[in-house]
Design a protein around this ligand. Structure first.
Ligand SMILES: [Zn+2]
Length: 217
């Protein structure tokens, strides 16, 4: 017997969030659902994006041991910013990605109000083109009129998207602007060696094209 209901599923079966970037034409407009920015250095290498894992200096002066295969090959990294956003028209809840430079208005908003929840993002590329500079304007939505979904765990979702195994705890403090993904390093290394053992070496032209795409993104 089929089961007939009059209510939609509760959404608990959500299979993950996709990453959206500012479109070449038109605008991306959505409302932030998260409190803070997630900032992460990433590489575009071997046809995919993944976080940079170079050695980093912690705030307490200690160093995080890192070994980044991409840095080892002198592939440049880019600092990207991630926030969860809700499109009130399409009901789509997604992770918005932009460069650190483009995200300055978001940090200003967060500093001014203490949270990004309810911040309307209007992101455009005034010059057009897929990788031209992104311009973000912010506004405030009346939260008593819009029901926003709860923010997803952005870092967890990014790790899923980037196929990074997570182990136990991770460093994530809401008050900090820098959030570091602390993946299971052994797992990452196994992925890296897996990738390098399975992938054909990229032609130099492809690598250069990928790097220039990333550099101007
Ligand atoms: Zn790196």
């Amino acid at each position: 017997m089929p089961t007939w209901k009059t209510e939609l599923p509760t959404g608990k079966g959500h299979m993950g969030f996709s990453i959206k970037r500012t479109p070449a034409q038109g605008a991306l407009q959505a409302i932030c659902t998260c409190v803070d920015l997630v900032v992460c250095d990433t590489h575009f290498w071997g046809g995919r994006t993944f976080p940079c894992e170079r050695r980093q200096l912690n705030e307490d002066g200690s160093e995080t041991a890192g070994s980044c295969a991409a840095c080892g090959k002198a592939v440049p990294y880019r600092t990207h910013v991630y926030v969860s956003c809700f499109d009130a028209k399409t009901r789509d809840h997604f992770i918005f990605e932009c460069t650190a430079a483009a995200a300055q208005p978001l940090e200003d908003y967060r500093t001014a109000t203490g949270t990004l929840i309810g911040c309307v993002i209007h992101a455009t590329r005034p010059k057009g083109g897929k990788n031209s500079k992104v311009f973000i304007q912010t506004n405030t939505v009346n939260l008593s009129r819009v029901q926003l979904p709860a923010a997803p765990d952005i870092i967890k979702n990014l790790c899923t998207i980037w196929a990074i195994p997570m182990k136990g705890e991770r460093e994530h403090e809401n008050k900090k602007t820098q959030v570091r993904v602390s993946p299971d390093s052994e797992g990452v290394h196994s992925i890296r060696s897996d990738i390098s053992s399975k992938m054909d070496p990229l032609p130099l032209a492809d690598v250069l094209a990928a790097m220039s795409t990333t550099a101007s993104n």
